[in-house]
Design a protein around this ligand. Sequence first.
Ligand code: ZN
Length: 308
Amino acid sequence: MSTESPTPEELKAMQETLLKAQAQAQPQQSGNPLSGYMRTPQIYITLPSGGRFWKENSIDLPSNGELPVLAMSTKDELILKSPDALLNGQAVVDVIEHCIPNIKDAWEIPVCDFDTILIGIRIASYGEQMEYMSQCPGCNETNEYEIDLRRFMDMTVDISGYDTTTLYKDLSVKLKPATYRAINASNMEQFEQQRMFTVVNATDLSEEEKLKQFNEVFSKLTDLNVRQMAETIEYIETPDGNRVTERLFLNEFIEGADRKIIDVVTKHQQAINAGVPEKDIPTKCPDCGHEYTTPFTFDQSNFFESVS
Ligand SMILES: [Zn+2]
């Protein structure tokens, strides 16, 4: 795909020009003759969570459960296209709150709602059709296909697994979806650890010294996984009915507990995840007729309308 993306420098210049123009513009409180042409909701979305798991005041959910979604503005696009936007969760949060004003704190989005929200913004901004490239595993030809994004919106997401608890010894463990805040923090940390691996590898340390440093990075990654797991625990109930919800106590418990609790929680999480359908796209190669499925993921390269 020959996508002519602006260089980081060009994007920066565009952003600066835009911000300058906005600063110069006279603030108009009312009576703007253009107000009728400003953004209006393009679509309405229903969240898989139905509004559950959202922290108080982080969402203003209409009684029918349908959230209006506005198209991205030029400024939103520029913000999201900036090279560090993927690492910078704030950019994503700003754009989500700008396009779905009912979402007051996008950091609190439960992971089960995240794709629906992104796909909603993509549909509101560029329409339901989306092009994607896929390489055929049969003949290795790469072709361009088109999907209707509504197929993902219509999928039934079963999150009833969050209603059940799982047992560890005589403790009852209740899970909840991780928030975008937790996922973003862990992605950033993971990125940093991977960078460390590369840095250590490139040094002219002795093999022994390198190994020592690798082990340190690896142990930090393990800590990260443990913390990430603790984030998804809503509470742990003791046999006498005492529900422990304090983050500090839960973290301490998971960190100090033996391997078995990790296995129990992982297994329960997998059972819950099984209720979330895979976003696979059935694909048929026009060159050799081979039929296969392409896993669908949203990333910066396909979120925006291609400018080919
Ligand atoms: Zn083929």
